[in-house]
Design a protein around this ligand. Structure first.
Ligand SMILES: *Cc1c(COP(=O)(O)O)cnc(C)c1O
Length: 229
């Protein structure tokens, strides 16, 4: 088995190569290392190999990692990428650079309230169910605009873009990524400040090349870096 540092180097090279193929600048694509279910020591290894942004999916596991002596001193840029329920917002407020998995206006309202209590502004993405699989979270593309309209006016939070988890089939995935990009374009044309809406969080270990082709600005990779869960 290869080390985390070797896996990271390989993933970075594959991202750079996908960017070249897509005619994109690799600086436009951020790698978020998804460390859910993996140990703090594994995160530390990736940090020591130069990785700075990490994604977690489960609130309690995330809070445990924050407190871990291996990590607590490090200025890690944490992203909450799991589905965030309203009653868990309080626990992540002030602790993450961005929340990716929100699919309800009421959750954004809660984030707005909690960010206000911390005296900060929090960045978030809305999750869109582009695959329309009923098992997946996310707003239907058809209801996204109406939801976003309700979010734009909320204080202490900034909608920065969209997130999706695609179908397992890479052929379908590519179309779903294209749809997310189209949703973002439409959102921008209706937004009070379109320049804020710059992020497309899409692509995982199996489909990040397709995501880069379709304009991903953040890709969330776990298995290819940390091994099977
Ligand atoms: C687990 C997870 C990932 C990473 O998936 P891999 O296939 O391991 O790369 C990305 N995004 C979300 C939302 C996840 O839950």
């Amino acid at each position: 088995m290869e080390s985390i540092a070797e896996n990271l180097a390989e993933v970075r090279e594959q991202i750079a190569s996908a960017c070249r193929k897509a005619g994109r600048n690799p600086d436009e694509v951020r790698l978020i290392a998804v460390s859910k279910t993996k140990s703090a020591a594994a995160v530390r290894e990736a940090w020591d190999a130069g990785q700075r942004a990490f994604g977690e999916s489960y609130v309690q596991e995330f809070l445990d990692k924050l407190e871990d002596p291996d990590l607590s001193e490090l200025p890690i840029e944490w992203h909450f990428i799991g589905h965030l329920q309203s009653n868990k917002v309080r626990q992540v407020a002030g602790k993450v650079a961005m929340v990716h998995g929100i699919d309800k206006v009421s959750t954004v309202e809660e984030l707005s309230k909690r960010a206000g209590q911390h005296g900060i502004v929090m960045d978030y993405l809305l999750e869109v169910n582009t695959s329309r699989e009923s098992s997946k979270y996310g707003l239907e593309p058809s209801t996204l605009m109406a939801a976003a309209e309700l979010c734009f006016g909320l204080p202490n939070v900034r909608l920065r873009g969209l997130m999706t988890i695609a179908s397992p089939d890479p052929g379908l995935a590519r179309r779903e990524f294209a749809e997310l990009r189209a949703c973002l374009d439409k959102l921008r044309s209706n937004a009070p400040d379109p320049s804020l809406l710059s992020e497309l969080s899409m692509g995982m270990s199996q489909d990040f090349e397709e995501a880069v082709q379709e304009g991903a600005t953040m890709i969330r990779i776990g298995t290819a870096i940390f091994g099977w869960r």
